[in-house]
Design a protein around this ligand. Structure first.
Ligand SMILES: Cc1ncc(COP(=O)(O)O)c(C=O)c1O
Length: 428
């Protein structure tokens, strides 16, 4: 007799928590769209991977390290905390480009992870215990909520509205915060998907709330796009703002920060990321990372270290291989073209994306719009459902119509996407 098929019951309770979830309940449709987006006839603006070459220095150095007999140790494990040259390069980069951050001790304040995604998971595993709550500002990068749940925590959502420029609403934050249970508040600046850059006042609200915690609520700052920020004054590290506010208010809020070579060096396939923060948190993170992937690929860590050493200042035209300037130009182009077509568009100040509302064109859902755009214009963009922690029925009519366009592409690709989109017929 055949064994009964126990379906999902074969999975651990933890796997059941996250398997098949996401995309706002549109997993199958989203997967189909992504698969189709990959077809060469389509201009694919769904995912945040660059179509331009990543850092030349990083690629050259890693390739050499892989091939040269003299450096063949780099083809083997690196220390679990990270290659020491990369840990030094990360600490030096931050103190060089963002001097307000102060001295960073590479051995105590840095751990290299196997991607920013792993850094997020490690952060949650290090800080969140069963019963703890974590505040996420919605829309959010879709890896946060499963990370919280896998650590046994509970997600508390605080909605950001496009009408308010996706700014943090202090009243909503206060409602979600519990001094006895909130263990972490997750910030992301520049933000994926919106491209919004947090203001000092917003960080002040977050700090004010976190400082009333009875369980040591930590501010976790995802700064994946710190190299692509064109807001006036540029990217400001949340850690420096938190430290200033601690000094001002005699508070002791801790800040843990995530960075990634995926975006700083435009090499999303290399899977090199890191966490920086207070030594007691980094100590725990090192253990969690060690028991997770052990170490990031050694030759890639070596290449990234060399690339980071070459980033001298924050000039968007030159630093981080000029990606900041390219993103700003693409964002301006896409925003004005889409506004001229009738979309409601949020103008980003950083990051890899532009967010638009397609409802003014007569569409009722983003899935309907994405399907039509792909069929009629051969342009693939992403519905924003997966950036919300609730099903589309619980979103407002305009939120149900939000789409995200990846602008981390070369100019001709962006121009072609715009030219094709102009042929779109409105839904009514
Ligand atoms: C906001 C944000 N955080 C983290 C990551 C993860 O980056 P990585 O490629 O290093 O895993 C991404 C990737 O798109 C992101 O957009």
């Amino acid at each position: 007799m055949a064994a009964p098929d126990c379906g999902d019951a074969v999975l651990s309770k933890r796997a059941q928590l996250v398997a098949g979830k996401g995309a706002g309940g549109h997993v199958a449709e989203w997967k189909a769209l992504l698969e189709e987006a990959e077809r060469p006839v389509n201009v694919n603006l769904t995912q945040g991977f660059p179509d331009f070459e990543g850092s030349r220095t990083a690629r050259f150095e890693a390739a050499e390290a892989i091939m040269r007999l003299e450096s063949q140790r780099l083809n083997q494990y690196s220390p679990l905390v990270g290659l020491s040259s990369l840990m030094d390069s990360i600490a030096n980069l931050y103190t060089r480009l963002w001097p307000k951050i102060g001295e960073m001790d590479a051995a105590k304040n840095v751990v290299v992870t196997t991607s920013g995604t792993e850094a997020i998971s490690v952060a949650m595993q290090t800080l969140v215990s069963p019963g703890d709550e974590v505040i996420l500002f919605e829309p959010f990068f879709p890896w946060y909520a499963p990370g919280v749940r896998l650590a046994g925590g509970e997600v508390k959502l605080v909605r950001l509205d496009m009408e308010d420029g996706f700014a943090i609403d202090r009243t909503r934050l206060l409602e979600a915060f519990d001094p006895k249970r909130t263990k972490m508040i997750v910030l992301n600046t520049p933000h994926n998907p919106t491209g919004r850059v947090l203001t000092r006042e917003e960080v002040r609200s977050v700090h004010e709330v976190a400082s009333t915690s009875e369980i040591g609520c930590v501010v976790f700052s995802d700064e994946a796009y710190e190299g692509q920020c064109w807001a006036p004054g540029g990217h400001e590290k949340v850690q420096t703002m938190v430290e200033d506010l601690n000094a001002e208010a005699c508070a002791r809020v801790k800040c843990l920060t995530m960075g990634t070579a995926s975006k700083l060096c435009s090499l999303t396939g290399w899977r090199v990321g890191w966490l920086t923060g207070p030594k007691e948190i980094i100590k725990g993170a090192k253990a969690m990372h060690g028991y997770s992937t052990y170490c990031a690929p050694s030759p890639f860590q070596h290449g990234i270290a060399k690339a980071l050493d070459g980033f001298e200042d924050l000039d968007p035209d030159t630093c981080f291989d000029g990606t900041g300037a390219l993103m700003r130009a693409n964002a301006e182009k896409v925003t004005s073209a889409m506004r001229a077509m009738g979309f409601k568009v949020y103008k980003p100040e950083g990051g890899y994306f532009v967010v638009a509302d397609c409802s003014p064109l007569g569409f009722e859902t983003n899935m309907e719009f994405c399907r039509t755009l792909l069929d009629e214009c051969q342009v693939a963009v992403a519905p924003m459902n997966m950036f919300y922690g609730r099903p589309p029925e619980e979103l407002s009519p305009s939120e149900r119509c939000l789409v995200r366009l990846a602008i981390c592409k070369t100019e001709p690709v962006i121009d072609e996407a715009i030219a094709r989109m102009k042929k779109l017929k409105a839904a009514n």
